[in-house]
Design a protein around this ligand. Sequence first.
Ligand code: SER
Length: 582
Amino acid sequence: MNARELKKKYLDFFESKGHKIIESSSLIPENDPTVLFTTAGMHPLVPFLLGQKHPMGKRIANVQKCLRTDDIEEVGDAFHNTFFEMLGNWSFGDYFKKEAITMSYEFLVKHLKIDPERISVTVFAGDKDAPRDEESARAWINLGIPRQRIFFNPKKDNWWGPAGKTGPCGPDTEIFFDTKKKKCSKNCRPGCNCGKYFELWNLVFMEYNKTKDGKYEKLKQKNVDTGMGVERTVAILQGKDNIYETELFSPIIKKIRELSGKSNIKSERIVADHIRAAVFILGDQKRVVPSNVEHGYVLRRLIRRAIRYCRQLESKSGLLVELANLVIEMYKKDYPELSENRDFILSEIKKEEERFKKTLEKGLIHFNKIRPINKMIAGKDAFLLFQSYGFPIEMTKELARERGWEVDENGFKREYEKHRELSRKSMEGVFKSGLQDKSEMSIKYHTATHLLNQALREVLGNHVQQRGSNITPERLRFDFSHPRKMTKEEIKRVEELVNEKINEALPVKREEMSLEQAKKQGAIGLFDRKYGERVSVYTIGNFSKEICAGPHVANTKELGKFKIVKEQSVSAGVRRIKAVLE
Ligand code: SER
């Protein structure tokens, strides 16, 4: 079974069980300052797990584009990768453990034809916060999974979330596939990472909300959130022991081999993985470009790391652009945004390659200034070359060898570990600081963002389109398409218009309707969704109408005074406004 068949089977199955199929959300979360990228299908659905009504109903399923950058250094082994697609089904206060488990079992055994003898599961063992999950264990037993293939684990293994410090979470049951490899030890069991047991699917029973003070409160409703990785599952279904041999990677690897002088499995995998991820980030409608901050920095790291590994493969230059084109071809049917943004994707990769070439040149100048001690380049110097100029240690070693020198590799490793620890900590800061801030202030900023969006369209013209929105309790940040710097007068007029609408005390109304209806009524927002889909639309007086999941304030008079504090460029054709409410 190939990936397209798997995705179709999955969606058809859950549709037959009363689920509405929604499109994948953007890889870059809207209005959520705490996660850089969408790392699971549940991210964009948090408001509905917390109790807000989803316009499509209580049963939802989809295939979601996801990106996980926490284990970039592990990429190259059999199963780690950066960009992946996640199959997911959700119940918002509808079915719970027994039904979710029964449906998963039916899908695996009847539709994917997985031998039930090869299935084992783990469940939550219980602790002071939540009871032992006998309910899930019973559901598995009723389906025929014997007790000896049901393993009880503590929170560290069988509890998912919250994705940030606070938010929806709960016990999970994980479904494992036995590859029939030998046990690595007496204690080898599902969850062991020797490769015998392979995690297929995670079913999370989100009935808790972790609060700021670390307490687990019951949510208003009992939810189900499940996730199954497409790449990994396809590999297992095809009997492959790594994802790179599946049709999702093999054409990319083949091309790399065609166009390079050397073969090296790890380097090929890294290049293939990173170029896929880079294409999907660049292909997202948000127009992220390589930079030194946030999303742009992750993108830069991926592209530069790919270039470095291309060099190790002695590939001819231009390989990455060719590979990017191939990825677009492979995925354009499922993700039309990739072909729509093809020129942008390819030109950004090319530009980044050029820029990297230049830093390499600067790096060489720096290299030539290094004075080794006893013909040994210090670890600190090698690390500086790596860190500031993107020199892989292998390259530094080669350059050193040409001069009859060596490199203190252990010293380099020590510096590297020190830095990794620091950057891990700072990334944790970004990821762990709480998913989806829903404070009163953020909600106000969200409504102010709608007013700003419309005001920009009135003052600058209807070409203005949202490119990104990021809200914290302290400010809003709004990216939009506009070809020039705004003049002082334009900024002033936008500010005045927003304040006028705040002072008019306009009511904010939420309605549900079909996408077509929303379009007909002139609502702005993302229209790259499916025909017939139901959406929620927020209307502010007669001023603004926008497709949006919310939440919002009830009346604009709650907002206070609106002030634009900065207007700047983000990339060609995209401007950014930072504004505050006083
Ligand atoms: N949120 C869970 C996960 O990421 C299930 O989708 O594994």
